[in-house]
Ligand binder design. Structure first.
Ligand SMILES: C[S@@+](CC[C@H](N)C(=O)[O-])C[C@H]1O[C@@H](n2cnc3c(N)ncnc32)[C@H](O)[C@@H]1O
Length: 233
């Protein structure tokens, strides 16, 4: 079940004028959006944004029942153009609840979960762009190491990238389970058991920019890890 984080705190800080115009740039399942709408008067307006088609389906129901809400299926990076096309010249606040949503993690077909094996998709927007499997098939070892180091702050980046490339040479990596197995082996080899137990990993891709973000949330940030990652280890 999806539970919106910091719901009251975030919305109270965001909505300072009930007649204002706001953006929820990461609509998800609409937890924050519904709370924002509760604080808006009949003159207020909220634009929801999300890349995920499943979020768009939920937003369609909300916009059908509340005229103060509208939705844009796309990236918040496109907001300036989208706002201009809607004639919105000023905003009173923007909310970004960055990361993956729990429904995205729960559905193995999305390819974000290591708890249940699934296709290596990892796109936020499944309607366009390159899957993680496609990216992995063409990326150089250096590309993979850079992504792991830059986006994942992974200190074993080179070692893991080498292991992934070796696994790829045996057969294309097209499932989350196989990627996870080839990624964790070199970490296990380089850690003490107690550290290993605390290690967590998670991966996601941002395909609209054809960029791939890999987070190996480990010993440094256990609070950022999910129960499904814990189960993998
Ligand atoms: C943590 S969830 C948001 C949950 C939401 N606040 C709620 O209450 O349901 C993050 C959402 O951001 C979306 N997202 C990620 N990157 C995005 C981007 N560049 N533009 C728009 N949405 C994005 C994901 O698809 C996901 O639905």
């Amino acid at each position: 079940m999806h539970q919106t984080v910091l719901l009251r705190e975030a919305v109270e800080a965001l909505v300072t004028t009930s007649d204002g115009t706001y953006v929820d740039g990461t609509f998800g399942r609409g937890g924050h959006s519904r709370a924002v709408l509760q604080r808006l008067s009949s003159h207020g307006h909220l634009l929801g944004v999300d890349k995920d088609p499943a979020a768009a389906a939920v937003a369609a129901q909300l916009s059908a029942t509340d005229s103060r809400f509208s939705f844009f299926h796309g990236s918040f990076a496109e907001l300036p153009t989208e706002l201009a096309s809607r004639g919105i010249t000023g905003l009173d606040g923007i909310l970004l609840d960055l990361g993956v949503s729990s429904p995205q993690l729960d559905d193995s077909e999305r390819g974000f979960s290591f708890q249940h094996d699934g296709p290596l998709d990892m796109r936020m927007d499944t309607s366009s762009g390159e899957t993680a499997a496609q990216w992995l098939a063409r990326a150089t070892e250096q590309d993979i190491a850079t992504v792991l180091k830059e986006y994942g702050e992974e200190r074993f980046a080179r070692r893991i990238a080498g292991a992934i490339v070796s696994a790829r040479a045996e057969a294309p990596i097209v499932t989350t389970g196989r990627l996870a197995k080839s990624s964790v082996r070199p970490i296990r080899a380089g850690r003490s058991t107690s550290i290993r137990r605390r290690a967590r990993s998670r991966v996601f891709a941002s395909s609209s920019t054809a960029s791939w973000m890999i987070w190996l949330h480990c010993w440094r940030r256990p609070w950022a890890c999910s129960k499904w990652a814990a189960a993998w280890w």
